[in-house]
Design a protein around this ligand. Structure first.
Ligand code: NG6
Ligand code: CA
Length: 519
């Protein structure tokens, strides 16, 4: 840790008097070598699960985790979009420290360099088996646009610590629309070689723009009008794929089945599994058996499908006798969005439900709705009763907290920005958690949350997302400061003019963290 004294003094001056706290001794459970399953949802908002107050959708499998685990009410993703958030989760480094970590194209080169430490490396060092499933969105191969999709792609996930991987290169709305298993297209069809281009179309191939009538499964509402796969327009152009092309209605089944197989095959070894769902990102096209299961149309049905995947993972762990000593963490990469580019009636059918759980903003945004996410930790061997915790948690600590759990290192930080001491918070033994949580909005506006305050740096930008989603950005040319009042966080009243000293302190602290000389 650097400049700790300065930081704590600064923050102590800002918040209510810091009560000296007995940190519960976490040492005994650091020796248990549990399996670890990170369930990482996509665009699932703070209010989107029943145990977080969702209306019009039932999530019994997630509820069960929360009823037997710790449910956090103040946990944050590092960024309000996917790629930077995932980058930080897996490396413990803030995304603004590395160029090229913004929302990635489907043909982006690998964003995490093989020599960089990842959470998978940490587990491998500890002798775990490691695997990644589902949405990747962190690039593949040595160079953007240079991948040969018809041959093994290197570097790939094996080069950053994953023994096994079954992933989507980017997102379901970006080509190539095929699964990649251990660096090679799964189910490869030699009669339909795959070509991908993000600049120009392949001659003679229809697009959503030229042939909207071919988008028979989902029409786009904005963007998503390039190549058409499975009757859905995508971002980027692709040709070929044949029988390797996914069907969107089967994506949750495919990744869940592969994850369940991995659990069965590795029942003897401690393992780490990164299970990143496609749900509830667009295009929302859940399997027919989930259609109509919520009151909110396709977006709600995608939440039901997500809950089903969670149930299958838990059931597999239970059947293998592994649930007791498995840490399950369930969270999301960023806040929610309704219309994110397809005509799926997410806005029309949302009813009384608030995807952000009443928070302002949403995906892309600097407001709390952008980064505050569900966060549930379940570990029956250690967590014996249901708890709800208001401690401040950030996904930036994942690598370092997992290093503690895997038993590697001596408790020193192994990443540039994570704090291993937060292990106590993550397992429900610290009421306060982090002194601060940093967030990054889509336009790189940085935000700083403390227990009582939220500071949004002045950077400027459109007040609403300009390209389609109806979301307030929180961008402003003047500093914004919001305060927790009666346990509720009020982001409607900017109190910066009333608290210039706090604005000054938080702005100084934000700069320190941005520059990397504070942890
Ligand atoms: C946007 C896409 C949106 C989504 C987002 C990334 C358009 C018009 N919108 O550019 O649909 O894909 O990128 O989402 O193309 S994320 O959750 O993966 O960050
Ligand atoms: Ca996302």
């Amino acid at each position: 840790m650097k400049n700790t004294t300065l930081g704590i003094l600064t923050l102590a001056a800002l918040s209510e008097p810091m009560v000296a706290q007995e940190r519960v001794d976490v040492e005994p459970y650091l020796k248990m070598r549990p399996n670890v399953v990170m369930i990482y949802a996509d665009d699932l908002g703070f209010g989107d699960l029943e145990c977080y107050g969702a209306k019009g959708v039932r999530t019994p499998n997630v509820n069960r985790l929360s009823e037997n685990g710790v449910r956090f009410t103040n946990a944050h993703a590092v960024a309000a979009t996917s790629t930077p958030s995932r980058y930080s989760l897996l490396t413990g480094q803030y995304p603004w420290r590395k160029a090229g970590t913004d929302v990635a194209a489907g043909n982006a080169g690998m964003i995490i360099a093989p020599e960089q430490m990842t959470v998978a490396d940490v587990f491998k060092e500890a002798g775990y088996r490691t695997a990644a499933f589902g949405k990747w969105h962190l690039g593949l191969g040595a160079e953007t646009g240079k991948q040969d999709w018809n041959a093994p792609i290197t570097p790939a996930l094996a080069d950053i610590g994953f023994d096994y991987s079954y992933i989507m290169a980017a997102t379901a709305d970006r080509v190539p629309c095929v699964f990649i298993e251990n660096g090679e297209v799964a189910n490869y069809d030699p009669s339909a070689p795959i070509y991908v281009n993000y600049n120009k179309n392949f001659e003679g191939e229809p697009t959503g723009a030229s042939n909207p009538e071919l988008c028979y499964n989902l029409k786009s509402s904005h963007g998503h009008d390039q190549s058409i796969v499975n009757g859905i327009g995508r971002i980027g152009y692709m040709k070929g794929g044949g029988k390797a092309l996914w069907k969107d209605e089967n994506i949750a089944d495919s990744i869940t089945v592969h994850a369940v197989d991995f659990i069965k095959e590795n029942r003897e070894a401690p393992f780490f599994m990164y299970f990143a769902t496609n749900d509830v990102h667009v295009p929302r096209f859940p399997h027919p058996r989930f259609r109509g299961q919520s009151e909110m149309g396709l977006r709600g049905d995608a939440i039901v499908q997500f809950d089903w995947s969670v149930g299958e993972i838990v059931r597999a762990l239970e059947e293998q006798g592994l649930l007791e000593n498995t840490v399950i963490i369930l969270t999301s990469d960023n806040g929610p969005v309704l219309d994110d580019g397809y005509v799926d009636q997410a806005e029309e059918l949302v009813g009384e439900h608030s995807p952000t759980g009443g928070l302002r903003g949403g995906k892309y945004s600097a407001y709390e709705g952008g980064t505050r996410v569900p966060f549930i930790v379940h570990w029956p061997a250690v967590i014996k009763e249901q708890a709800v915790k208001h401690a401040l948690v950030s996904q930036i600590d994942f690598l370092d907290v997992m290093a503690r759990i895997a038993g590697v290192g001596n408790g020193e930080a192994r990443s540039t920005d994570g704090m291993p001491g937060e292990v106590a918070t993550w397992f429900g033994n610290d009421e306060k958690g982090r002194a601060f949580a940093m967030g990054m909005a889509q336009n790189h506006t940085l935000t700083l949350r403390t227990e009582s305050w939220k500071f949004i740096e002045p950077k400027g930008g459109a007040a609403m997302i300009p390209w389609g989603p109806k979301i307030e950005t929180g961008y402003s040319t003047t500093p914004q400061l919001f305060k927790q009042v009666n346990g509720t966080f009020d982001e409607t009243h900017n109190v910066a003019p009333e608290h210039p000293a706090i604005v000054e302190q938080l702005s100084t602290l934000l700069e320190q963290i941005r520059r990397g000389n504070f942890q």
